[in-house]
Ligand binder design. Sequence first.
Ligand SMILES: NC(=O)c1ccc[n+]([C@@H]2O[C@H](COP(=O)([O-])OP(=O)(O)OC[C@H]3O[C@@H](n4cnc5c(N)ncnc54)[C@H](OP(=O)(O)O)[C@@H]3O)[C@@H](O)[C@H]2O)c1
Length: 333
Amino acid sequence: MQLPATAKMSSAIAAVRLNNAGGSKAMPVIGFGTASFPWGDRPDVTRSAILHAIELGYRHFDTASLYLSEEPLGEAIADALRSGLIGSRDDLFVTSKLWCTDTSSPDLVLPALRKSLQKLQLDYLDLYLIHWPIAMNPTKDYSDQPKWELFPIDLVSVWKAMEECHALGLTKSIGVSNFTCKKLEALLDFAKIPPAINQVEVNPVWQQKKLREFCVAKGIQICAYSPLGASGSYWGSNWVMECDVLLEIAKNKGKTIAQICLRWLLEQGDCMVVKSFNEKRMKENLDIFDWELTEEEKQKISQIPQRKGHPALEFVSEDGPYKTVQELWDGEI
Ligand SMILES: NC(=O)c1ccc[n+]([C@@H]2O[C@H](COP(=O)([O-])OP(=O)(O)OC[C@H]3O[C@@H](n4cnc5c(N)ncnc54)[C@H](OP(=O)(O)O)[C@@H]3O)[C@@H](O)[C@H]2O)c1
């Protein structure tokens, strides 16, 4: 069994050290996802789910300026501090992401981070990610737009601005999301600080073996999003939660399909962010540390036919930098 190098955290959840975090705290392998659609809908539900997650022992929280969950997350953290549920902000690992309107110019990166920090009521982030390798016109109100206005990202200057955010101590680590091997290769060519994380879709139905091998070789930690296939979301499907192979393994083991998915990720050394605002499922998703998958079970999972749940067609356009899905994913899907 291959578990990630662990370090002691304030909660029982194992944690990994990131390549550009210096002496900062390690990242708990399970993070609590806060994306729910419509974005920003029912902030009270989000806030109380986060507070409950802290009670249950989650210490890593994943937000983004897109999700409009930074404010409820900030309020939940402030509540947890006031009530003594956590001793200090340092007990938590908080990730946020730079949205595509703010990748359209390097000058927008630092103000975007400051705005996120203000919403979160924090002095620093633990991790700041470029959300997608693309830029959007920042002057447009996208709630009114039937179609996004898309541009190529100037990765050299935007990454330099990310490195400046890191140097200022406003984020302890920096990384990317939705990057292919090819895009990571390009970034590594000029980055003074290599990305700590690539946050991408990974689950038993979209295993990303080639990308994992590349990231392991380069010291970039994979953080899996949609680890359960994002059932019930417009960007997800039921392919994972209704997979026969996973169902059979789960039944034989007395576990749930969700637990099989999360344990599988853990054993191959990935971090993960999983979203549930349901108390029972939030608990269930943490209960993956004191049992193992057998070699035979892992072998069966490795044979599951592959298909990507979230091809992100919204970033593909005749007028944009990616004219086909293959171009967006560099032929890696
Ligand atoms: N970087 C990116 O581009 C990107 C993209 C997508 C997501 N993310 C991040 O990753 C997080 C997680 O991914 P996700 O939300 O897409 O998908 P996910 O965690 O794979 O799935 C969430 C769905 O599964 C349900 N669920 C959770 N635990 C369950 C369990 N034990 N049994 C049955 N159903 C369960 C949830 O419903 P209930 O809430 O009702 O339990 C929700 O409908 C997001 O919240 C976000 O923070 C990042």
